[in-house]
Write a new protein. Sequence first.
Length: 275
Amino acid sequence: MSDPMRPPASQPRPHPAAPRSEPSRSRAALRTAVVWDVLQDALDRRVKATGRQTLDVLDTGGGSGNFAVPVAGLGHRVTVVDPSPNALFALERRAAEAAVADRVRGVQGDARGLFEVVERGGYDAVLCHGVLEYVDDPAEGVRNAVAALRSDGVLSLLAAGLGGAVLARALAGHFTEARQALDDPDGRWGTGDPVPRRFTAEQLTGLVEAAGLRVGSVHGVRVFADLVPGGLVDTQPGAMDALLELEAAAAELAAFHSVATQLHVLGETREADGA
Ligand SMILES: C[S@@+](CC[C@H](N)C(=O)[O-])C[C@H]1O[C@@H](n2cnc3c(N)ncnc32)[C@H](O)[C@@H]1O
């Protein structure tokens, strides 16, 4: 797994939402920097392994293109499958604004009926970000995402973390809700909880392995970002960059996975693993 060309975790790469020349990075970048760094690295490795500059990427539940549009900006062809017509409309507009409309295709569909709308075994990389929380059957969602991969492909899986929600409710003074999330089989803090399901790192890696992939890496995402008052980050010079570096450093440490707002798992087919 280790790649000498890979930048150290403590030096996150610029997110496309925050150009290299921009000294202070946006809050949006803070929420996605760790995932973007891992994903971009995985795509770079696929480019090298396949010898193709343009990869075929599927973003299942890709919504309005938070990741699909920047991935297309790297030169890859991206198919977004999402049940929401509004999200697909926003995707189309966003892709046009980013001048990547020719590389982004939006298709209405869902994780269960994935192969009614896209090709089985047709993609170098599949993204499944923020979707397993909402599908009826997460194991089926992961199996379908994996079945969309070529024999040498990577799965980028991002989902809400249980521990992060417990910690956030407790720090907000909602101790009963924190306890409820801890005890609830779906990790929900109550009937008003907008997220239907949360996961531990073990549950997510279990789903990836059960679908036949090897786990390449696990990262905790937004370990601190959601807990730090906005004013602290926005008013202190250099605070945003320092927080980004802290997030990147903590993301790889298993000790922090149990308190991260989201968890990212990179799954690799056996062939991609040997590439
Ligand atoms: C939290 S958003 C995440 C969007 C995007 N993946 C991202 O990371 O920004 C969840 C997305 O999942 C989509 N979704 C909900 N149920 C789904 C299903 N059964 N199959 C596929 N996508 C679904 C929603 O329409 C929405 O766009």
